[in-house]
Design a protein around this ligand. Sequence first.
Ligand code: GMT
Length: 388
Amino acid sequence: MMADSATLKIGITCYPSVGGSGILATTLGEELAARGHEIHFISYERPFRLPTESARIHFHPVEINSYGLFKYPDYTLPLSVKLAEVSRDHGLDLIHAHYAVPHATAALLARDMLPEHRRPKVVTTLHGTDTTLLGRDAGYGPAIRHALEAADGVTTVSAFLRAETQRLIGVKRPIEVIHNFFTPRSSSRTRAAVRLELGVADDEFLIFHSSNLRPVKRVDLVLAAFAQIEPRTSKLLILAGGDFKAFKSDVARLDLTDRVIVRENITAIEDYLQAVDLGLFASESESFCLSILEAMAFACPSVSTFVGGIPEVIADGESGMLTPMGDASTLAAAATALLADPARRARLGAAAQLRAREKFSAPIIVERYLSFYREVCGAGTLRDGAGL
Ligand code: GMT
């Protein structure tokens, strides 16, 4: 099918599991489809927040076989073959690879497999640990550098991450900073119903933490800080994108068993966010922290460590509070002060919501991606001669 002059056919490859990069890629695909573009998700599983039926959204699973010859299963090559196949069959203009490894490499391979006139452009978005962790790894760094230099366009989700990518990986090409975005869907349950489910009274404080629980999130510090926060009647909701088992002993040791509520792999994030009072984050590295933004959209301020790209998300003291890394007591003191001052918390929450809307909402950021796609594709270079 030949797209009209304004629409694009875009392949998106991302991690389908719970994690910021997959969530961002999924929402971006949905927003682009809502604007009339044709979107093809290519991954080993359907992204977990992707609705099953959506106009102009297609999902193409990548099958992974395990051959006796391979000690470790390979995903990069089957992914590249599927990307090339989908590009060829659907005439993709562009592949947007989220997270460098292995998506950016697979997208480049796919591009090279196709005849020149059918090659899609490749845009790679770096999300964080692909630079800060893998970029420093001698076994990955050179491959990541090559993939970034050879892509048609590269973006990072914060200025911090762009600087780190230049510093750690030595990438010289221009990199566009396009921050993450979040526009909440409407909640399917009332705040009262959600609090009832959680066993939290209307007048009790509900603090929340949401992450994939990887070591960099310092869930141990989140729990240690929560244990010191006054009043001790408050509850902590953990929206876990991973197995919480490993932290159960910390919860018991800190005597928090009755005050920590865990929900794993929640897709209806909006239901829970409308019911919370304060976010708590202790990450030791974070290129952006989508979870903080999700809370901001619900006028919920957060107390967080001052790391990475978080100061680009939270204006310290205006739309949330930032404290030094690795210090549970300072995090707890900032949270206690905010809980004790409802007027200030409301002021910070309102400022957070306004900032989320003005800087990090879909209408603004999706347009940034679209104009970047247009720049990368360039008029006249699209398949079938479709211009932008
Ligand atoms: O560590 C995670 O949360 C997962 C990781 C990912 O790629 O899924 O998150 C990164 O990308 C998110 C979306 O752009 C950012 O909000 C997170 O800050 C970033 N994580 C880190 O930098 C540690």
